[in-house]
Design a protein around this ligand. Sequence first.
Ligand code: GLA
Length: 503
Amino acid sequence: MKTLSGFFAVLLAASGSPSLASDLTGNWAVKEALGDGTVRATYLNLKQEGAHITGAIRATQFYYRIVESTGGPDGFTLTGSMMDGNSERHVKYEGKLVGEELHLAGQRRPDAPVVEMTAHRVPAGEGAYPERRPLPALHKVADNALARTPPMGWNSWNKFAGRVDDAAVRGMADAMAANGMKDAGYVYVNIDDTWQGEREKNGNITTNKKFPDMKALADYVHSKGLKIGIYSSPGPNTCAGYEGSYGHEEQDAKTYAEWGIDYLKYDWCGARNLYKDEEMQAVYQIMGEALLKVGRPILYSLCQYGRAEVWKWGPEVGGNTSRTTGDIRDTWESMSKIGFAQDALAPYAAPGHWNDPDMLEIGNGGMNDDEYRTQMSLWSILAAPLLAGNDLRGMSPVILEILTNREVIAVNQDKAGKQGRRVAQSGEQEVWARPLADGGHAIGMFNRSAAPATVSVKSGELGLKASPKKGRDLWTHRDVTFNGAEYSVTVPSHGVVMLRVAE
Ligand code: GLA
């Protein structure tokens, strides 16, 4: 990896002659045309005062105040500190004025690669960060009557990230309708970040080249008997730097309804530069209200990484799901750390409002089948949304079987809507249980260790009136017999045995 000081040395060597440079003061932009027809701009609004450079830097969703600088037009360094007050995030640039151009090397984080770029002067005010708008007084947003059981479907982010396009979404809808997932209960086909284009003069949001006609795409997904979801941010920018809904909430909600959208994931990201965590409830209330006004049921999915105890106020803003964690990755460490940390949030889940420990990674290749069975089982016991995050076209039979295990899905979709809890733990072996509408329980016997282990459950731990005689193993689809008040079984490393027992 190139270091910043290495780049700086090259710049100085290349310059050779004394500087012709004038002042750095001005509004500078680096503009990169993306393949989807949008432009990613980084703005440096600089003011040179003697040996100091002050100002601000705006890069995708991030907004930084310049807190340190050295040098001047012949060679300078800038350090920007994020303006959200909650984060230690810094950005560093080195650069030099070369004729009318600003040659830059920037680093988003100390461990990020150095990116070289060229900035040009743009008119004052272009790219200026919007003003903070006043927030509404808090009140309860009416229930939209959706998500009486946890939402099930697919989301593009885990597998496709910025590569999602119209063809991929149609492909997922085709696959979901044909491969048994739809029959098993999967409904939503959700487009995550990077579908957005610019705003029209009247402020209407457009799609970028990857999505030539969102209404036609929604019609297509609906024609398969499925529903379609979309993604935005309460901030000016999304996490990937695309257009957010800030100041356009009602207008965007109307556009979504006109397109036929059924689900909105609303991701904090760019809002961090304008509002504090304590203000999230009011910020999320704005879109919750806006969605209710458009005359189309749109499931409202809050994504703010579990900050500000969202589980306590998510239902107040009309939220149907609340993300409780940072982003999941397709590794055992990430998935198990998130999944097994959800115990204390159980009291906050209920029909219409679910805790969301992030999407499924099942089938993405970073975990083995036992680990994927663990995610499916644990997420079902947690009454979590089941949003597949893999490529549904051409899955292996094992992965499809994990995603469509109806006995496990029946636990996830249980009408009582009670989130399960950890009922026993011994070292790396854990037993979780979820009370079900029929008076029975779903039981997850998990082994988090690197070797197979015996896991036991005692009926007393389940809060049942009597010891169960029989249970059903939801992965082998066989009945099992209980030996008195205890059931013991060998569980593979990182695996699970999931049972259902009657009252
Ligand atoms: C955040 C969210 C992810 C995904 C990306 C998209 O990181 O937590 O789930 O939506 O943004 O940019």
